[in-house]
Design a protein around this ligand. Structure first.
Ligand code: ADP
Length: 206
C-alpha cells in the first residue's frame, strides 16, 4: 500500500497515519516528526528547521527532500508507506512524482481529511493545554491553517485529477474516520509493484 495523507493541522493525520500503517504493515513516514527530529540536532540545518517550525512556516522544499527521500526510498523498496504531511506543496508533489517514476512505483491513493477551521483550532488548542507542541499557539495555528489552504489546498485538485483522491470528513471520532478511510480504500484498485514495470508508471506516481 502506498498512500499519502493530505490534511490540515488538527485533522488527525498522525493518528490515522499510525493506524493505517499498522493495518497495512508499512512504515508511517511523518514529515513533521522527521523534521522535528532534524530540528533537535545541533546543526545549522537543524536550527534552520526549528525556526521554520516554530513560526508555523513551511520548511524549504530542498531540506524537506533531503530529510524525507531516504525514508521514502527505503520504504518503497520494502513494499509501501503511509506518507503523512508530505508532499505539502505542488513543487513537492511534482518532485515526489519524479522520485516515484525513478523508483517505478505509483501512489495508490491520496486521502484528504477535512474539518472546519473552528474544529481544527479547538483540537489544537486542547492539545496545547495538555503540554503539546510549541507551534500550537493561537497565532501560529491560524498561520498554519492559512498556509494549508494556500500551499497545500491545490494538491486536492492535483490528486483528484489523477483519480486517486479519497476525501473523508475528519469531524468524527478517530475510529469512524479510520473505518471510513478503509471502506473507501476498498473501492480503490491498488497498484502493486508487480503491476508496474519500471518505466511504465501511470500518471499518479508519488
Ligand atoms: P501540522 O500538520 O499540525 O502542522 P506536522 O507535524 O505535519 O503538523 O508539521 C509541523 C511543521 O513541520 C509544519 O508547520 C512545517 O513547519 C513542517 N513541515 C511538515 N511537513 C512539511 C512539508 N512537507 N513541507 C514543509 N514543511 C513541513
Amino acid at each position: 500500500m502506498r498512500l499519502l495523507l493530505l490534511a490540515p493541522p488538527g485533522a488527525g493525520k498522525g493518528t490515522q497515519g499510525e493506524r493505517l500503517a499498522r493495518r497495512f504493515g508499512v512504515p508511517h513516514i511523518a514529515a513533521g516528526d522527521l523534521l522535528r527530529a532534524e530540528a533537535r540536532g545541533a546543526t545549522p540545518r537543524g536550527r534552520q528547521v526549528a525556526a521554520y517550525q516554530e513560526r508555523g512556516d513551511l520548511v524549504p522544499d530542498e531540506i524537506v527532500f533531503d530529510v524525507l527521500t531516504p525514508a521514502v526510498v527505503e520504504a518503497a523498496a520494502r513494499g509501501g508507506y503511509i506518507l503523512d504531511g508530505f508532499p505539502r506543496t505542488l513543487p513537492q508533489a511534482t518532485g515526489a512524482a519524479e522520485v516515484g517514476v525513478r523508483l517505478g512505483v505509483t501512489l495508490d491513493a491520496a486521502v484528504y481529511l477535512s474539518a472546519p477551521d473552528t474544529v481544527l483550532t479547538r483540537r489544537l488548542l486542547a492539545r496545547a493545554s495538555q503540554g503539546g507542541r510549541t507551534d500550537d499557539t493561537a497565532d501560529v495555528i491560524r498561520h498554519r491553517l492559512q498556509l494549508f489552504a494556500r500551499a497545500t489546498g491545490p494538491l486536492v485538485a492535483y490528486y483528484q485529477k489523477r483519480g486517486i483522491l479519497v476525501a473523508v470528513g475528519a469531524d468524527q471520532p478517530p475510529e469512524s474516520v479510520t473505518a471510513e478511510i478503509l471502506a473507501r480504500l476498498s473501492d480503490v484498485p491498488l497498484a502493486t509493484a508487480s503491476d508496474v514495470p519500471p518505466g511504465r508508471e501511470g500518471p499518479a506516481a508519488p
